[in-house]
Design a protein around this ligand. Structure first.
Ligand code: URA
Ligand code: SF4
Length: 224
């Protein structure tokens, strides 16, 4: 399957993409979720943050990172000196994937997207990168890292280290998707850190939070 590619408009800005993504059927995840949760924020933007996929609250609200993980992310960004309003925020996968709802549970339990869903949805992420043209992309967790850098990406090995792509080059998986309407010279920087949900689940939450903040300070230092 071609995934999302047939649904991605070749032209138009983020609002055009967002409208088209509302009707995407590039993988089976549209069927059970409430709606497509597209990226949000200014375009162009110097900073783009990429999460995994919308959660329960994002699926209801239609906005990325508005639930518990989003609150933690915004707090960490603030502590690192990054203005979240200036960043374009999105996810590697645009539909909420959840385990079958069991009786008596209010909240649907998130399930990690598989490689097929990640690959199917990547044309949207690639199109967002081209429209937003960020100087720095921050991958929040392994799923975002794998979508942007390939399946062998390991967040534990890469976190906190600023990666600079040579001028004129693109993230390989972004360059391979859809139209070539980049507009810029393709010079980008990349940083990976843990996913805010991993901080929420950590045994030592304070330590995990400080680790996220420390990585985001590298991003903050780069942006100046
Ligand atoms: N987790 C994510 O990765 N993205 C969201 O938008 C919310 C939770
Ligand atoms: Fe399309 Fe992505 Fe939703 Fe799958 S998850 S239907 S590819 S927007």
């Amino acid at each position: 399957s071609e995934g999302a590619l047939p649904y991605v408009p070749a032209r138009g800005g983020i609002p055009v993409l967002r409208r088209a993504a509302a009707d995407c059927r590039g993988c089976p995840l549209y069927a059970d979720a409430t709606r497509t949760v597209f990226g949000a924020g200014p375009a162009p933007a110097r900073l783009m943050l990429v999460g995994e996929q919308p959660g329960d609250q994002e699926d209801r609200a239609g906005e990325p990172f508005v639930g518990p993980a989003g609150r933690l992310l915004h707090s960490a960004l603030g502590k690192a000196g990054i203005d979240a309003e200036q960043a374009y925020v999105t996810n590697a996968v645009k539909h909420f994937k959840f385990a079958p709802v069991t009786e008596g549970r209010k909240r649907r339990i998130h399930k990690a997207p598989n490689l097929g869903e990640l690959t199917a949805c990547r044309p949207w992420l690639a199109a967002e990168v081209r429209r937003v043209r960020p100087e720095l992309i921050v991958a929040l967790g392994a799923t975002a890292g794998k979508s942007l850098l390939g399946n062998s990406f390991k967040v534990t090995e890469a976190r906190g280290a600023l990666l600079s792509l040579a001028p004129g080059t693109e993230l390989p998986l972004v360059a391979g998707e859809g139209d070539g309407d980049d507009g810029g010279d393709g010079h980008r920087h990349f940083l990976a850190t843990v996913h805010p949900s991993a901080v929420l689940r950590a045994t030592n939450r304070d330590e995990a939070f400080e680790g996220l903040v420390a990585d985001l300070r590298v991003a903050s230092g780069f942006l100046g």
